[in-house]
Design a protein around this ligand. Structure first.
Ligand code: ASP
Length: 360
């Protein structure tokens, strides 16, 4: 950084800067402690609706995910790799509303959104309304690293996905019976037409015990996934992947792939991934706002997250939550719903997995 300043300013500073850079390169890289936080969606998650089986299934899934992401960091991997690896695992897991297991639109299709951001470089990549990509988070990373763009959507993003060599899956791969039945219940309640079952969907069969929240009066269903991490270099990264809101109109895009709304990372402040009613998160630029409080007001991370989620969003029914980390290893989560699937682990610490709002 100092060398760069020297080069920009010219004169004797150049020499000073270069000497400092040479001295710095002789030192071992500064060692930070790694930390990782994961969410699997926020909403009307309580013991009664989840049941014992659902409770155990989500705790097991979150434990596996946090341990997998942590292993990447522990062997010196980057926060970006940890975020992508952990999210891919959740995208494969039908318990979550991302990729396999995504909710359906009102037309009975899955439209997937994802974003990833590198806090060290401020590079970001995102995709919205993609329909066949097995790992939307990897597609977002490809947009970030291999194109000059930040956000690609719809058929263009689907075409880029094929061209970039991403794994493609038929619509039936993303289908889960529980999500379908949940859509049918919602549309019935709303007096809307029920679309035909997706082509190639299996005949009505096994129900995977995904969280359904049948008694909820809300029209959206949860399970978006997100991961934030800081690595041993002190670099932060954030990623989010979702099927969006159940029963959403085709073409609706939420906050998850909008940089600064559902996903944001900067080494100057923090990395954040959000989950909840995306329209609020977009209008209140939630992820960026949390980081701005840290950066410009010098707030602690937990205080900043609470300020946005509890003080600003809760009174206006902006349901949802965030997870966050800072380059110096602070971890935080905050949510204003009955529950949020969540887990965290810092180097040398113990895995914490929680689902409800009466847990830490
Ligand atoms: N935030 C996501 C969206 O609005 C949904 C969620 O997090 O549950 O698309």
């Amino acid at each position: 950084m100092k060398a760069m300043v020297g080069l920009i300013m010219g004169g004797p500073l150049i020499l000073g800067g270069l000497m400092m850079a040479a001295a710095a390169s002789a030192q071992p890289p500064q060692s930070h402690h790694w930390a990782i936080v994961v969410h699997g969606g926020a909403g009307d998650i309580d013991r009664a609706t989840l049941g014992e089986k659902g409770d155990a299934a989500y705790r097991a899934a979150l434990t596996k995910v946090i341990e997998t992401g942590a292993a990447v960091l522990d062997r010196g991997g980057s926060s970006l790799d940890a975020v992508e690896t952990a999210i891919k695992m959740m995208e494969d897991d039908p318990h979550f509303n991302s990729a396999r297991g995504a909710v359906f639109t009102s037309a009975g299709k899955t439209e997937l959104d994802a974003a990833i951001m590198n806090g060290a470089t401020m590079q970001a990549g995102a995709v919205a309304s993609v329909t066949h990509t097995r790992y939307p988070i990897s597609l977002a990373r490809s947009v970030m690293e291999k194109t000059p763009y930040v956000l690609m959507v719809g058929p263009g993003a689907d075409a880029y996905s094929v061209q970039a060599g991403m794994e493609q899956e038929p619509a039936s791969y993303f289908f889960t019976e529980s999500r379908w039945q949940s859509l049918v219940r919602q549309l019935t309640k709303e007096g809307k037409p029920i679309p035909p079952r997706p082509e190639g969907a299996p005949a009505k069969g096994t129900m995977i015990p995904v969280a359904q929240f049948e008694e909820s009066a809300d029209t959206h269903r949860y399970g978006t996934v997100g991961v934030v991490a800081v690595d041993r270099q002190g670099n932060v990264a954030a990623g989010t992947s979702t099927g969006g809101l159940q029963g959403k109109a085709p073409g609706r895009v939420g906050d998850s792939p909008i940089i600064g709304a559902g996903t944001y990372a900067s080494n100057q402040s923090c990395a954040v991934s959000g989950t909840g009613v995306g329209e609020f998160f977009i209008r209140y630029t939630v992820a960026r706002e949390v980081c701005a409080l840290v950066q410009y007001k010098g707030m602690g991370l937990q205080q900043a997250a609470d300020e946005i989620i509890q003080t600003r969003l809760k009174p206006i029914h902006g349901d949802g939550g965030v997870i966050a980390v800072t380059p110096d290893g602070q971890m935080a989560w905050s949510f204003n719903t009955p529950g949020m699937f969540r887990a965290r682990l810092a180097e040398g610490g113990k895995v914490e997995v929680h689902l409800y709002n009466d847990e830490p």
